[in-house]
Design a protein around this ligand. Structure first.
Ligand code: C2O
Length: 543
C-alpha cells in the first residue's frame, strides 16, 4: 500500500450552462471535480485550501474511516468548517475497501457543484471477479441550478415550503439536448465506444435532491458492484440509483454501429411535488457512427414507477456470502419522514424552536435534528457539555400533545421536537436498525446514509414493518452505505459498531437533511489501542 497526496483548492469558478453564466464553488477549477485514484489499503492525504468566502468541508462518501473519524467531513458533526483562507489535510486509509466511491462538500448545499469520483482498484495482482473491461468510465449524475445554491437552501427554509426544482439534470456536468438553449448550444456528454468491446461504467448519483433511473438505449447492463462492494452479476435494462449510491455496470457495445442515448430521469415517489422532469441525455456513441445519425432514444420508466425500483432491488445480492451478525445486542426502530412542524411556529415552548421557523420539517423518531454550532466529535472527545444530549430514543418518541396538554399515546410526527440528540453505542455492539418510512406530509423513498460504516441490507418491504412476517436475508444481502427505504415501507439493516467516533446518519436528499432528517451515533472506544479513536490532528479547524 502506498500514500497518495492530493492538493484540493476550493475556488470560485465561472461556469456557463444553458446560455447563462454564474460563479460556482469548485475544486481546482474543475466541474465535476478531480478524481481520486487509489488501490485497496492505500493511505490518502488530501490537503484542502479554502480560497472561497464560504465555509467548507469535504466528505469521503463511503470511506469507512476506520479510526479516522476526524477526517470524515460533515460540518459541525466531525469538524468545524474550514473557514475562508484556512487549510486542513484529510488523512484516511482505504482499509479493505475497493470500488467506486465519491467525495463531496458537506456543508450547506455546496455539494451541488463540489463533488467528484473516488476509484479504488483492487490490490496489485488481484483481478476483478469478472472479465476485465476494455475500458472504464465514470458517470456522475448531478443536478444544476442557475441560482446560488447557498441562497437556494436559505430560501427553501425561509419559505417553509419545498425547494425550487433544479434547472437541469446533468451527466458528467452536461445537461444534454433536452436542455438546449440555442441552436448552437450542444452541451452533451459523449462516451465513444468501440464495437464489440465491454466497458465498465462507474455510476455515481451526486444529485442533491433527486433519485434517478438510468438506462442506455438498446443495451443491457450487468451490475457487478454497489456502494463499493461486489454483487452477484445482475442483468438489467435500467436501474435506480439514489443520491449517495454508486453502481458499477458492464456494458458491451454489441449493437449496430450507431449513437445511443444514455439517460438519467427522476424517480419521484412523493405525490404533489413539483420537480424537474426532463431527463439528462448523453450519448453512448459507437466509433464509426456519424453525427448526422439519429440518436436511438432511451426508454426510462415513468417517474413514479416504484415497481421498477423494487424489481431492481430484489436482484441485488452480495457476491460472496456475507458476515451478517446473527445475534443482536441493540434493537433500534427509527421512523423517518416528512412532517409539518406545527409547534415550531405556533408554540413558544423552547423545545419547539426549530432551526428555521419553517412549516415543512422532517424527523427521525419524531426528533428533528438541530445542527450544533460546534463540532460534535470535538465536544464528545474533549468532554465539553452543552452541545448535544445522549438520549436519542430507540423507538419513536411519543411527543407532547400541545392541544390536550399531555403526552400522546401514539407516536405523532406532526409535532416533532427539535434537538441534537445522539444514540450511544458500546464498542462492538451488534446493531439491527429498522427504518420505517412514515410522514404526515407525504411518504417517499428516503436514501438513508450512515457515515463510518457499511451495513447489510437484510430486508425491506412495503407497509409497516412486522417482525413476525418480515423475511430477512442473512445469507447474501448487499453491503451498502446508503439504502433507499421504500416509499411507505421499511428496511432492516445490520452492522457491528466497531468504529469509534461520532457518525452522522441522514437522508441523502439534501432538503430533507436541511429539514432535520438526520441524527448521530456515538460509538465508544473499545479496550485496545486499535479500538480507540486517536487524538485530533493538529490542523483541525476551529469554529
Ligand atoms: Cu454523502 Cu453525509 O454524505
Amino acid at each position: 500500500a502506498t500514500t497518495r497526496f492530493y492538493d484540493f483548492k476550493v475556488q470560485s469558478m465561472k461556469i456557463t450552462k444553458m446560455c447563462k453564466s454564474k460563479q460556482i464553488v469548485s475544486i481546482n477549477q474543475m466541474f465535476p471535480g478531480p478524481v481520486i485514484y487509489a488501490q485497496e489499503d492505500d493511505q490518502i492525504i488530501v490537503k484542502v485550501t479554502n480560497e472561497t468566502p464560504y465555509n467548507t468541508t469535504l466528505h469521503w462518501h463511503g470511506v469507512r474511516q476506520k479510526l479516522s473519524c476526524w477526517s470524515d467531513g460533515p460540518s459541525y458533526i466531525t469538524q468545524c468548517p474550514i473557514q475562508s483562507g484556512q487549510k486542513f489535510a484529510y488523512k484516511f486509509t482505504l482499509e479493505k475497501q475497493k470500488g467506486t466511491l465519491f467525495w463531496h462538500a458537506h456543508v450547506s448545499w455546496l455539494r451541488a457543484t463540489v463533488y467528484g469520483a473516488i476509484v479504488v482498484y483492487p490490490k496489485m495482482g488481484i483481478p476483478y471477479p469478472f472479465r476485465n473491461p476494455y475500458k472504464e468510465q465514470i458517470i456522475l449524475l448531478g443536478e444544476y441550478w442557475h441560482k446560488d445554491v447557498v441562497q437556494l437552501e436559505k430560501e427553501a427554509l425561509e419559505s417553509g415550503g419545498a425547494p425550487t426544482p433544479a434547472d437541469a439534470f446533468t451527466i458528467n456536468g452536461h445537461p444534454g439536448p433536452n436542455y438546449k438553449c440555442s441552436s448552437s448550444n450542444n452541451d452533451v456528454y459523449k462516451m465513444v465506444v468501440i464495437p464489440g468491446k465491454t466497458y465498465m461504467l462507474r455510476i455515481i448519483n451526486a444529485a442533491l435532491n433527486s433519485e434517478h433511473f438510468f438506462t442506455i438505449a438498446n443495451h443491457r447492463m450487468t451490475i457487478v458492484e454497489a456502494d463499493g462492494e461486489y454483487t452477484k452479476p445482475l442483468i438489467v435494462d435500467r436501474l435506480m440509483i439514489a443520491p449517495g449510491q454508486t453502481i458499477n455496470v458492464l456494458v458491451t457495445a454489441d449493437q449496430p454501429v450507431n449513437r445511443y442515448s444514455m439517460a438519467m430521469g427522476p424517480y419521484v415517489s412523493a405525490k404533489n411535488i413539483s420537480f424537474q422532469k426532463l431527463p439528462a441525455i448523453s450519448y453512448f456513441q459507437y466509433s464509426g457512427s456519424t453525427s448526422n445519425q439519429i440518436v436511438m432514444p432511451a426508454q426510462l420508466p415513468t417517474v413514479n414507477d416504484s415497481l421498477a425500483v423494487k424489481t431492481f432491488m430484489d436482484g441485488l445480492r452480495s457476491l460472496q456470502s456475507a458476515m451478517v451478525p446473527r445475534e443482536i445486542d441493540v434493537n433500534l426502530f427509527f421512523t423517518i419522514g416528512l412532517n409539518v412542524e406545527k409547534c415550531r411556529s405556533s408554540n413558544p415552548d423552547k423545545n419547539c424552536r426549530g432551526p428555521h421557523g419553517g412549516v415543512l420539517g422532517a424527523s427521525v423518531n419524531n426528533i428533528s435534528f438541530m445542527s450544533p454550532s460546534f463540532s460534535l466529535l470535538q465536544a464528545y472527545y474533549n468532554g465539553v457539555n452543552g452541545h448535544f444530549t445522549r438520549d436519542f430514543p430507540d423507538l419513536p418518541l411519543k411527543v407532547y400533545d400541545y392541544v390536550n396538554g399531555a403526552p400522546n399515546d401514539i407516536p405523532n410526527d406532526t409535532q416533532s421536537l427539535v434537538g441534537t440528540r445522539t444514540k450511544v453505542l458500546e464498542f462492538g455492539s451488534r446493531v439491527e436498525l429498522i427504518l420505517q418510512d412514515t410522514g404526515t406530509v407525504s411518504t417517499e423513498n428516503h436514501p438513508v446514509h450512515i457515515h463510518g460504516y457499511s451495513f447489510y441490507v437484510v430486508g425491506y418491504g412495503s407497509g409497516n414493518y412486522n417482525p413476525s412476517t418480515a423475511k430477512l436475508n442473512l445469507v447474501d444481502p448487499p453491503y451498502m452505505n446508503t439504502i433507499g427505504v421504500p416509499v411507505g415501507g421499511w428496511a432492516a439493516i445490520r452492522f457491528v459498531a466497531d468504529n469509534p467516533g461520532v457518525w452522522f446518519m441522514h437522508c441523502h436528499l439534501e432538503i430533507h437533511m436541511s429539514w432535520g432528517l438526520s441524527m448521530a451515533f456515538i460509538v465508544k472506544n473499545g479496550k485496545g489501542e486499535m479500538q480507540s479513536l486517536p487524538p485530533p490532528p493538529r490542523d483541525m479547524p476551529t469554529c
